[in-house]
Design a protein around this ligand. Sequence first.
Ligand SMILES: [Zn+2]
Ligand SMILES: [Zn+2]
Ligand SMILES: [Zn+2]
Ligand SMILES: [Zn+2]
Length: 366
Amino acid sequence: MECLLPLCRPFKMAAPISDGKIELGFIEKSEIWRQTSPFFPSKVGGRPSWLSLTDLPNSSKLLCGNCGKPVIFLLQIYCPVDAFEGTFHRTLFLFICKDSVCHSQNSNKPFIVFRSQLPRVNSVYNFEPIEEENVKTSEFDTTIKKFGINLCVLCGCNAGNKKCSKCHTTFYCSKEHQLIHWKGGHKTACCKDGVQDEVPNILFPENEIVTEPEPSLDEQQRDETEAVTKQETDSGYSAEELEKMALKETKEDKHFLSFKDRIGLEPEQVLRYQRGGDPLWVSHNHQPVPTDIPACQCGSRRIFEFQVMPQMLIHLEVDKLDASIDWGTLAVYTCEANCNEGEAYHAEFLWKQDYEKSSDSKIQDS
Ligand SMILES: [Zn+2]
Ligand SMILES: [Zn+2]
Ligand SMILES: [Zn+2]
Ligand SMILES: [Zn+2]
């Protein structure tokens, strides 16, 4: 089989079914070329760096479950699974509706998850990784053309044959994105040489996601946490008042405090990865029971794979656009068997859990 692309980074560590260790994800600035498909990135924002180049999800599969408008790319995680030949390369993609009106308490409707995977021998990427300096990103654009893919100029999703009817050179996933581009600059630039064709940016800021193992909560850290807690309580409350407050402390508060302790070890974490493990819930309410997680189309059960933490919201700069895109955590469940029948992008499942309202006010207080 002819390989069109070199690989540029040594293959990353595979992620087997959890051995109890949790990988934490952090945001890191890196060069844009590193975020493209040949580098198998884990990243947030920008355009999706598609893995398989056959059967990109049709635009009709990337619509918000609430408003029916196109979702946009949120993040992707490169997470091969060793146990299967077909998952030598494996990436999970998460999309989100950017309209804050669609985001309601504990609702997963504005989210879409896809899994894509390839064996080591495939028609897109080389068998062996090669040196980074030998790679030109432009080669990948050529590859995309060879696969006959047209990407939406705004969001980087599959446009199929939908293009500007005037110039026939600019492609769109949807009428919505065509309209945004038309109003945002294409109206004046269409069919005109030398006129800069402005493309309005509707995407999230693009950054790499790097991972490292979660540190263990050893005795020393426990002592430090206790010392901090003590300092906080030495802040002018009488013993009687403290006792009253403790009595009022609900189950929910306790859950929230233990959640805060756990992420306090690495407060910058934006993601937790533990295939086959358990999510760290932000609340004792609205946790799924096994029947809440639908089985995969292939009949296999789905297992937990990773969760997006609320700290990720800071890096999306959603406050500037709209205050109400928000979550406690987004837990992604994927087919245990990593089935590969049918189309190249397999829909997976997301569970959204928000803070209880009482904890909401607690965060703002602290
Ligand atoms: Zn929507
Ligand atoms: Zn689009
Ligand atoms: Zn045009
Ligand atoms: Zn399956």
